[in-house]
Write a protein of this length. Structure first.
Length: 382
């Protein structure tokens, strides 16, 4: 067996978690605007800062002017469930899932919401479900990027432009790193703690005019908790989309998100962020290509995620992949090289390394020799 020398250079930032993710390069807590600390989110300055977060989101993501953007409770999960509870039930629903979080929306649709006409489009880890079965006459719930499988939709061609149903897209690990086709998306959700490296607990809800029409023309037959209510008197609650949040947000987390959005503008906005994620992912993909003991969980190259890159071991000497992965992560954690990069608990055992836009490619390049070293140490003991 080839002897692998212990590397002498460690990644500058050992944080490779897929959420919350690493802060952008050069982030310092001292750069946060703390004028808002101790002030009400209902104050003039509070609403002004929340509205700024919304406006910068529109600018950086290129969200169409006639789409509404709101800050909502409970992270991406709250945003998705708010949309599902408020809009589904008028017509048949398709839910597409190929990993853990998408399966969560299946559970909501099957066991929590009393949907009478429900169809599940299911795919195994590593591959997409039969998305072309979606015909547009039904509503659709799907994830753009499978955070726990490393598989994404390559585009939205499977969604008819003349669809009658609405589409609800969980884009939490895609927004700011992958091109979202807004004309095909009626509800888009994401959270601050994914690609932008923000703090947790806040979700973003982006609504197309078609989604607003659904909200104003349809009332679901089930009760809605306060934090799910998007309408008032049969009309969209416009305040939500101008910074008047449903419940109390963290203003420090808001300032952290604003800081990240301002940084995004300095690296080229939408295209700059997409390019950074693509460069980062290529560092990992190229290494996987020449490394015999690892492979990408995504089976098709055009469906590989450029944010959460998921890998599984491919070596006959590994009899217990879960135990091997646990030891692998523990070894590099002990070395202070990489943190929180094991596969998601429900996914096939392996590694999941974040390559989103806020990561520096050189940080990933410095990680790769350590991955080779860790494998060599552990396989020698098998």
């Amino acid at each position: 067996m080839t002897i692998v020398t212990k590397p002498g250079v460690k990644p500058a930032n050992p944080c490779f978690s897929s959420g919350p993710t690493a802060k952008f390069p050069g982030w310092k807590i001292e750069d946060l605007n703390l004028d808002i600390v101790g002030r009400s989110h209902r104050s003039a300055i509070g609403k002004e800062r929340l509205k700024l977060a919304i406006d910068l989101t529109r600018e950086v993501l290129g969200v169409p002017d006639d789409y509404r953007i709101g800050i909502v409770p409970a992270s991406d999960t709250g945003a998705v469930e708010m949309a599902m509870w408020s809009m589904l039930g008028q017509r048949g629903v398709d839910v597409a899932a190929w990993e853990s979080f998408g399966q969560g929306w299946v559970t909501d649709a099957e066991k929590q919401l009393p949907l009478e006409d429900l169809r599940i489009l299911k795919g195994d880890y590593g591959q997409l479900p039969p998305l072309n079965d979606y015909t547009g006459d039904r509503d659709l719930v799907f994830t753009w990027n499978g955070t726990t499988s490393g598989v994404r939709v390559p585009n939205a061609d499977f969604i008819p432009a003349d669809r009658e149903g609405i589409t609800i897209c969980d884009a939490t690990s895609a927004a700011f790193a992958q091109k979202l086709e807004w004309d095909k998306l009626d509800v888009t959700t994401f959270s601050w703690q994914k690609v932008m490296g923000g703090e947790a607990a806040h979700g973003m809800l982006v609504l197309s005019p078609r989604a607003v029409e659904r909200l104003e023309s349809y009332t679901p037959p089930w009760p809605l908790p306060k934090i799910f209510r998007l309408t008032k008197g049969g009309k969209i609650n416009e305040g939500i989309f101008k910074g008047a949040t449903i419940n109390t947000p963290s203003m420090i987390a808001t300032e952290d998100y604003i800081l990240a959005l301002e940084w995004a503008k300095t690296v080229g906005g939408t295209q700059g962020l997409l390019d950074r994620a693509d460069e980062n992912a290529k560092v990992l993909w190229d290494w996987i290509e020449v490394t015999p003991w690892i492979k990408n969980l995504a089976q098709n190259d055009n469906e590989r995620s450029n944010t959460g890159v998921c890998m599984v071991f491919d070596d006959a000497r590994i009899s217990d992949a879960a135990a091997f992965a646990k030891s692998f992560v523990a070894l590099l954690t002990e070395e202070g090289v990489a943190l929180d990069f094991g596969s998601y608990r429900d996914a096939p055992a392996g590694l999941r390394i974040w390559a989103g836009s806020a990561i520096d490619a050189d940080n990933l390049r410095d990680l790769l020799p350590w991955l080779d070293w860790a494998f060599a140490q552990l396989i020698a003991d098998t």
